[in-house]
Design a protein around this ligand. Structure first.
Ligand code: URA
Length: 268
């Protein structure tokens, strides 16, 4: 008996479904799922067919309204706490309706280093904190290897604050809706150094069309509206490294480069 079949033979049918869904997800298969109970109680529920797939034009309430509302929320927030509070009233973003809850941040609010990932996955959606699943554990180990910890010296968030159903890659509309929010999040946090985790965070926040393989090779600057330039580095996403462990060597080099810059800046 293989380890996997031995593991499955000890599970009940519900646990087997969860095990297989996780296995497919970890192996890059986009898993579609039905809305959660809380999402089904919303006044304007989407149909099952709309909800489980990539959002169709009909299931997106109206991306332009959502971008406008995101900009309004961003404009009106004067602190991180206010931004988090106002986001709870976000009405026009379809992901708000399918997620269990918003995932806003974790780590040290006053830290000088800000780490930004892609979007919450299943565990993050359940616990309301970014990077708490398997990928999060690897991220903690990666950053821990260069002296960084969310318990002492970095602040952590995602480009998108609500889980895309089935952990699929966010769509262009979802990223466009989230950009005014994450930009305001960065402005209010005002970090001295940014680490972008994975291709979605890197290309959308730096507003570049290059992929992570290219973006991770260079130092970047994230420029706030007031002209402040924040040194910004990109690393591979830990979920990618779990699938492609041979890329860990390159990531180790990237982390050492980051450590070097942080020590030159007096941040470590
Ligand atoms: N992947 C991300 O990019 N962010 C999370 O919070 C979890 C997984």
């Amino acid at each position: 008996m293989t380890q996997a079949t031995e593991k499955i033979s000890n599970l009940d049918s519900g646990q087997i479904v969860t095990f297989l869904l996780d296995w497919w997800r970890e192996n890059g298969v986009e898993v579609l799922e039905a809305p959660r109970a809380s999402a089904q109680q919303t006044p304007n529920p989407v149909t099952k067919a709309e909800n489980i797939a990539r959002p169709s034009a009909a299931s997106i309430i109206n991306p332009n309204n959502a971008v406008d509302e995101a900009k309004e929320i961003a404009k009106s927030a004067n602190s991180l706490a206010e931004l988090a509070q106002k986001l709870k009233t976000f009405e026009n973003f379809h992901l708000v309706k399918t997620a269990s809850q918003m995932v806003f941040c974790d780590g040290i609010e006053t830290a000088e280093i800000m780490v930004i990932g892609e979007a919450p996955g299943r565990e993050e959606d359940e616990q309301g904190k970014p990077f708490v699943g398997q990928a999060g554990q690897l991220l903690d180990a990666m950053l821990g290897s260069i002296g960084l910890s969310r318990k002492t010296n970095f602040y952590l968030t995602n480009t998108i604050n609500w889980r895309p159903p089935g952990n699929r890659t966010p769509t262009k509309d979802e990223i466009a809706i989230s950009l005014p929010i994450i930009k305001k999040h960065i402005e209010l946090k005002a970090p001295k150094f940014i680490i972008l985790v994975g291709g979605v965070a890197a290309s959308s926040i730096l507003e570049k069309s290059d992929g992570i393989t290219k973006l991770r090779k260079n130092a970047h600057k994230y420029i706030l509206d007031n002209g402040t330039e924040i040194p910004t580095y990109c690393i591979y996403h830990p979920a990618f490294l779990l699938r492609r462990p041979e890329q860990k060597q390159d990531t180790w080099r990237d982390l050492l480069a980051i450590k070097n810059v942080l020590s030159q800046m007096g941040l470590s």
